[in-house]
Design a protein around this ligand. Structure first.
Ligand code: MSP
Length: 505
């Protein structure tokens, strides 16, 4: 049976340009997608941008532009993000796409027809940064704790969604599926929010014009979240490709800032519209910089593409997967990126490839072939595939990378322990030397396949250096799959030294 894997990132607000925080989710989604491709799954990966926010309209106005003009201009920077990170997203959605707008109208109409929408007056404190109302209890010194800004008093007649009517069905969904939201701490958070009682929320805005018109009341536009969440579903209705509807339901990736919208509002909206709720939601942590969540409004950002310019996409991806256990918060710094680039990618992996290929070229004229297996390495490599699958099924990208890296470290220790340069001096130990060189090459080959989701440029380079076919299926992770090979030459460094300092901070 073909397994399906449909993963999404949040669609990012276009009120500013991408930070390493946005890159983080896109990288994670790409690593997951590539892993599932290696398993032979039918995959679909969606990312894109959220345009109809009040904060977008405000930035446009500051720049003297119409919101659409502004969005058309800045969207270039957001399209570049997945491209430059080597992400293989199948589609890039914009909420201003006609196909999306049509679907949102049809979706909201369904909810209306089901009797889940009514008109009421709302008055409350609205944080434009969050694009959400805040209760007094959520404010700290009268300010939004996430944005450090004072919310604005908003009072208008809006259309409301009867979220309160979905409390029981949501609880049932959570109870039937204990892994609906992961990690479990986030599941508990979402479930207790639901159990605490749900307030209906407004799905329209009367005072704004930038947005999707409400089909039964075109004087109002859809509230940005009632428009944006629908992207995960709308894309399948109009993106290029055959029968994309097969991919629903999706697994959603997001950070904890937007947990309620995704884990509470969105499943309820779907149920109301007669659709299946998401398959699963994974809520990852924050990348913190100077101990605060990296965000444009706090001004503590690292520009991801500047890091890519200096270190390459693979290094940034590797760093993202490794800096903290996926799901937990982590502190990031430019120095840390450089340190891991030099020590782990440059020394641990890059030097190992250089040394291995150089020794094969020098001592065996570029030839290797199967020899007496090293039992320890054989066991490690034969276990690796199952370990990777288990890690990825638990969304543990960091653990999967660590499992692969354990082999890199083993191989480095093996070089030191066996000292091939000594073996090469002693003709009577030729078989031992053959075995060591084969194991190094075979281990690197298997590791390259295991690492491909993380470092999609480097992995084929390692295979090419070892004169192996670029066959990246997960079944290639195992011992002894390298045939007799010739023509191996000393490889150029995979991660050359970077001398120019980066201005990325
Ligand atoms: N437009 C909404 C999402 C709508 S989805 C239907 C939005 N956009 S956002 O531009 O603010 O992006 C928020 C998301 O970006 C987070 O949920 C997370 O995926 C990612 N991140 C942005 N900064 C981040 C960190 N500092 N750390 C980790 N993830 C971060 O909310």
């Amino acid at each position: 049976m073909v397994m399906r894997f449909y993963v999404t990132t949040p669609i990012y607000y276009v009120n500013s340009t991408p930070t390493l925080g946005h890159a983080y989710t896109t990288i994670a989604a790409d690593i997951l997608t590539r892993h599932h491709r290696q398993r032979g799954d039918d995959t679909y990966f969606l990312t894109g941008v959220d345009e109809h926010a009040d904060k977008v309209a405000r930035v446009a106005k500051e720049q003297g532009l119409e919101p659409q003009e502004y969005a058309d201009h800045i969207v270039g920077a957001w399209r570049e993000l997945p491209k430059r990170l080597d992400a293989v997203n199948d589609f890039f959605i914009r909420t201003s796409d006609d196909g999306h707008k049509r679907f949102v109208q049809e979706f909201l109409q369904r909810i209306y027809d089901n009797g889940d929408v009514y008109q009421d007056v709302y008055a409350g404190w609205y944080c434009v940064g969050c694009e959400a109302f805040k209760t007094e209890a959520e404010l700290v010194d009268g300010k939004c704790p996430d944005h450090g800004t004072e919310p604005e008093w908003l009072e208008e007649k809006n259309w409301f969604f009867r979220l309160s009517a979905y409390q029981d069905r949501l609880l049932q969904l959570y109870d039937e599926w204990p892994d609906f939201v992961l990690p479990h701490i986030r599941y508990n958070e979402a479930r207790s929010f639901i159990a605490g009682g749900l307030r209906d929320f407004s799905i329209s805005r009367a005072t704004q014009t930038w947005g999707v018109p409400i089909p039964w009341d075109p004087e109002q536009v859809a509230y940005v979240w009632a428009d944006a969440l629908v992207n995960y579903r709308s894309a399948l209705s109009y993106a290029p490709g055959e029968n994309l509807e097969r991919f629903w339901p999706a697994v959603h990736l997001l950070a904890k800032d937007i947990l309620r919208f995704h884990c509470v509002y969105w499943p309820a909206l779907l149920l109301s519209a007669g659709e299946e709720p998401p398959k699963q939601l994974f809520v990852h942590g924050y990348l913190n910089f100077d101990n605060r969540k990296m965000s444009k409004s706090l001004g503590n950002v690292i520009a991801p593409l500047e890091l890519v310019d200096v270190y390459g996409a693979d290094a940034v991806r590797f760093y993202a997967a490794r800096v903290t256990t996926f799901g937990q918060d982590g502190n990031v710094s430019v120095d840390d990126v450089r340190e891991r680039y030099e020590r782990e990618l440059g020394n641990d992996l890059g030097n190992l490839v250089s040394r291995t290929t150089a020794m094969i070229a020098r001592y065996r004229d570029g030839r290797i072939g199967p020899a007496e297996p090293n039992d320890e390495l054989k066991a490690l490599l034969d276990d690796l595939r199952a370990k990777l699958v288990a890690r990825f099924d638990a969304w543990d990208l960091t653990g999967a990378l660590e499992d692969a890296w354990e082999i890199v470290r083993w191989l480095n220790r093996h070089v030191e322990a066996t000292a091939p340069w000594q073996l090469a001096k002693d003709e009577s130990r030729a078989a031992e030397l053959d075995a060591v060189l084969y194991d190094l090459a075979d281990g690197l080959r298997a590791v390259a396949v295991a690492l491909w989701p993380f470092v999609p440029r480097t992995a084929p380079e390692i295979l090419a250096a070892l004169r192996q076919p670029v066959d990246l299926g997960l079944e290639r992770v195992g011992y002894g799959l390298t045939p007799a090979t010739e023509g191996i030459e000393a490889a150029a460094p995979l991660f050359p030294r970077v001398d120019q300092p980066t201005a990325a901070a």
